[in-house]
Design a protein around this ligand. Structure first.
Ligand SMILES: *[C@@H]1O[C@H](CO)[C@@H](O)[C@H](O)[C@H]1NC(C)=O
Ligand SMILES: *[C@@H]1O[C@H](CO)[C@@H](O)[C@H](O)[C@H]1NC(C)=O
Ligand SMILES: *[C@@H]1O[C@H](CO)[C@@H](O)[C@H](O)[C@H]1NC(C)=O
Ligand SMILES: *[C@@H]1O[C@H](CO)[C@@H](O)[C@H](O)[C@H]1NC(C)=O
Ligand SMILES: *[C@@H]1O[C@H](CO)[C@@H](O)[C@H](O)[C@H]1NC(C)=O
Length: 395
């Protein structure tokens, strides 16, 4: 017995310790996993069984409670946050009187200090003269920004911003602090600007400044929509999140407390990295921002709430990306619309995408087959969190 115990002692001590440690790790992970799984199950059940979100119409709307000072919180958006930099005539002809025929009003959400990213976008996918001379359409580019958050460097950054705008004339800035938690304010700025200064645009796009947009493919797609029988009405297209649950972990960037959003599931929304709406939807979203309480600071979710109360549903497009980077390959350039996570490589990607397009776009059956095979290899790998879904390979 005693000898046995000593034998056990040596051996089992290590085993016991290891088991305990594994169990500890498992419990911690399980807690996470469990919470994750449960919240998703609840959210999906809500989304697919009820999918009503009627509470948005009643609970969150504050239209029936006008403020004492005469304007509602959001209706007075440009009163509350006056424009520091603006270009009211950006969508008008040379004399400032007639509206231009704008195909796409392109907003890029940018932090005040992201000078380099903005420059790269101007020279690549945001280049208005390229769209005009090579694609034959009018694209209006505006960078949407707020005030630099760091007070110590604020005036220096503001001076540089003003100089940049003098040179390029493509910035709009309102007097809110440019932070993650003010992104909804930035979203409202874009839809209010569009409503006031560019109501005739066929489409509006909102994009992050670290994405890549294959402008020729996007323009081709938008023109197809315009030419289609139903016309470019009721369109909101992007990478769609369906039945996403609110994140309740306090350490997450996307944490939303119960008192801000008590329900188990968000209405469907497109990833904020880049999405497109048609002019009529842009105007509906504007209307919604006048009545919805805008305290939910996750801008793409807020957009989903606006759309829901206006009865607009998002449309999934396989080549709008949510998170990741598109694989670099001509067979992908063929179809890609947006890809996320580009800042250093926008220029080289733009050149590659444009060169490929210029070389020749009409391909034979065998080339198509080859490209499908390549796309399956690039997009349908299980271990890889790919930008585009596997089904995109067969488009
Ligand atoms: C924009 O595109 C035009 C036409 O392709 C080109 O001439 C011009 O250099 C481009 N602008 C920039 C800033 O790269
Ligand atoms: C948003 O901007 C306003 C106005 O500048 C500021 O008072 C507020 O602190 C900002 N909110 C966040 C979360 O940064
Ligand atoms: C909006 O909602 C927040 C949080 O639920 C609340 O504190 C705030 O008073 C509401 N604002 C308006 C104008 O109803
Ligand atoms: C309420 O929301 C639904 C969508 O869930 C929408 O179709 C309807 O028009 C809304 N009603 C009102 C009065 O806003
Ligand atoms: C591209 O294809 C078209 C039609 O298939 C053909 O006429 C043209 O010569 C090709 N251009 C190049 C550069 O290969």
């Amino acid at each position: 017995m005693f000898i046995n115990f000593r034998r056990i002692h040596k051996w089992k001590c290590v085993q016991l310790l290891t088991t305990a440690m594994v169990l500890c790790v498992l419990t911690v992970c399980w807690e996470e996993l469990d919470h994750h799984v449960v919240s998703h199950v609840r959210s999906y059940s809500y989304r697919y069984l009820f999918n009503r979100y009627d509470f948005l119409n009643t609970t969150i709307s504050h239209s029936n409670h006008p403020r004492k000072d005469g304007y509602s919180r959001v209706a007075g958006h440009s009163v509350k946050y006056p424009y520091l930099i603006n270009h009211p005539n950006k969508c008008r002809g040379k004399n400032g009187k007639v509206w231009d025929d704008v195909l796409l009003l392109l907003f890029v959400k940018s932090s005040p200090d992201n000078f380099k990213r903005r420059q790269a976008i101007r020279e690549t996918w945001g280049n208005e003269s390229f769209a005009w001379s090579q694609l034959g359409v009018s694209v209006t580019l505006l960078f949407a920004t707020g005030i630099y958050a760091d007070e110590a460097h604020r005036s220096r950054v503001q001076d540089a911003l003003q100089q940049e705008d003098n040179a390029f004339g493509d910035l709009i800035q309102q007097s809110f602090i440019d932070t993650f938690h003010n992104l909804t304010t930035k979203l409202i700025m874009q839809f209010h600007w569009s409503h006031k200064y560019c109501p005739q645009t066929h489409f509006l796009m909102s994009a992050d400044d670290d994405i890549f947009v294959h402008m020729p493919n996007l323009v081709k797609y938008l023109q197809q929509l315009l030419d289609s029988q139903s016309g470019a009405k009721d369109i909101w297209v992007g990478h769609v999140h369906k039945g996403a649950p609110p994140v309740r972990r306090k350490d997450s960037k996307y944490f939303v407390p119960y008192d801000l959003y008590p329900w188990p599931s968000y209405p469907d929304y497109t990833a904020g990295a880049g999405y497109v709406v048609s002019g009529d939807v842009a105007s509906k979203i504007y209307q919604a921002t006048l009545v919805l309480n805008s305290s939910l600071y996750i801008d793409d979710v807020f957009m989903g709430m606006c759309a829901k109360i206006m009865g607009v549903s998002p449309l999934e497009h396989a080549y709008f990306s949510g998170g990741g980077k598109a694989p670099y390959h001509p067979c992908i350039y063929d179809h890609m619309i947006t890809s996320h996570g580009h800042s250093a490589d926008v220029r080289s990607l733009w050149r590659a995408a444009i060169d490929f397009r210029a070389s020749n776009s009409s391909r034979g059956f065998l080339d198509e087959l080859y490209c499908t095979a390549v796309r399956v290899m690039l997009l349908c790998r299980l271990h890889l969190q790919s930008t585009y879904s596997c089904t995109a390979a067969f488009n």
